[in-house]
Design a protein around this ligand. Structure first.
Ligand code: FMN
Length: 382
């Protein structure tokens, strides 16, 4: 299978599976516990149908949206994800370049393998910086200051990960950073030599947002899971976050909001956005699908702040359904990570290009010219 034969999410997934050692593929593909929420995220879109308007005289389609002060040429963006350099040696550079090409937003993870400064200096795409809340308040402040200095316009605090999700596929393969593989995991690396050759012949794996703080520099001593256990603060609360929002004094959203009540509290502490997300089913298995939660969040706060959405999105029609409910923009994780793993920058560009084509075609078929024309009148729930 080649890149030109990839036409949808499942095709990219298949190609990524072929190219990656299984511990890495399963780190991307896997989710928590029985992966019920992971599956339900995508299935939820199938319980709701689009109703097109015909003879609408639709002319040029305008896919642009404005989210948290940033104009995106299309309403689909790349959600922040960790460790991209492991999936393909081009890592974040490939994703940022593709986001720039399609005029959309790139979420940089605090567990990213490229620095926020490098991305901000070299790529002209709106940048969202995702970070976690540490026990060390000084470190939190320092990270915000660093992002401000780099010129990052949107801060996103992930609130659904105060402890790591139970990813049993990773336990089976021995996936951790640094890698501590089981025998089966090692064998899989041996039968994917190209991945290893690319990994060792390109830029060194780093976590530039965190290396000063977790002992990654010059010989890793801490695993990423130790970082979650020892450095993040599982007791963070609304008061703590209110302080951060004040310090940041700009566009600030909470990533991982699942209820109207929490969305209301986000508004109360001064957030300018929320991302309805369950981390792609990687944290609390058995939690509701994000699509099922979107309506109550939009009804509660959609008139006051921007509601963004992710988890389970694989298709243009999924994006249109979320926008019809009232999301301002829709993110994807695996939908660009599999293309990245499959083919680097050309892979991500192909995935974003296909998404744009799908959105344009589907908007036309819906009889809508601008994203603002989408609404709940377009939807029927079964
Ligand atoms: C491999 C992988 C790594 C991720 N890393 C992060 C991260 O570092 N920070 C974060 O807030 N979310 C992270 N996420 C969650 C994504 O931002 C996003 O919420 C999720 O992927 C959406 O679900 P989807 O993959 O079904 O599109 C990660 C997701 C995946 C698949």
């Amino acid at each position: 299978m080649r890149l030109s034969q990839c036409h949808n999410f499942q095709d990219f997934r298949k190609l990524a599976k072929k190219r990656l050692p299984s511990p890495i593929f399963n780190y991307i593909d896997g989710a928590a516990d029985d992966e019920v929420t992971y599956r339900n995220n995508t299935r939820a879109f199938e319980r709701c149908d689009l109703i097109p308007s015909v003879l609408a005289g639709t002319q040029e389609i305008d896919l642009s949206v404005t989210v948290m002060g940033q104009k995106l040429a299309m309403p689909f963006y790349c959600s922040p994800t960790a460790l991209q350099r492991l999936f393909h040696h081009q890592g974040e550079m490939a994703v940022a370049a593709a986001a720039e090409k399609y005029g959309t937003m790139f979420g940089v993870s605090s567990l990213g393998t490229a620095s926020i400064e490098h991305i901000a200096e070299n790529f002209d795409c709106p940048q969202m910086y995702q970070f976690y809340f540490h026990k060390d308040r000084g470190l939190n402040k320092a990270m915000l200051e660093r992002a401000k200095e780099a010129g990052v316009p949107i801060m996103a605090l992930t609130v659904d990960s105060i402890t790591g999700g139970n990813r049993e596929r990773d336990l089976r393969t021995g996936f951790s950073i640094p890698l501590r593989l089981t025998l089966g995991g090692m064998l899989s690396f041996a039968i994917h030599p190209m991945w290893g050759i690319n990994y060792v012949t390109h830029e060194k794996f780093r976590l530039p947002q965190l290396e000063e703080h977790i002992g990654m520099k010059g010989g890793a001593t801490t695993t990423v899971s130790d970082y979650f256990t020892n450095m993040l603060d599982p007791t963070m609360n609304w008061k703590d976050v209110e302080e951060l929002v004040k310090i940041w004094d700009g566009e600030f959203c909470l990533k991982g909001i699942m209820s109207a009540e929490d969305a209301r509290r986000a508004v109360d502490i001064g957030c300018t956005g929320v991302i309805v997300s369950n981390h792609g089913g990687r944290q609390l298995d058995g939690s509701s699908s994000t699509f099922d939660q979107l309506k109550e969040v939009v009804d509660e706060v959609g008139d006051e702040i921007d509601v963004l959405f992710d988890s389970g999105v694989q298709r243009g029609t999924h994006v249109l359904k979320a926008l019809s409910i009232g999301a301002k923009a829709v993110g994807g994780g695996r939908s660009y990570l599999f293309p990245l793993a499959a083919a680097g920058q050309p892979g991500v560009e192909r995935a974003l290009g296909l998404m744009r084509e799908e959105l344009e075609r589907d908007m036309r078929l819906m009889g809508c010219q601008n994203i603002g024309e989408l609404g709940r009148k377009n939807l029927r729930f079964r």
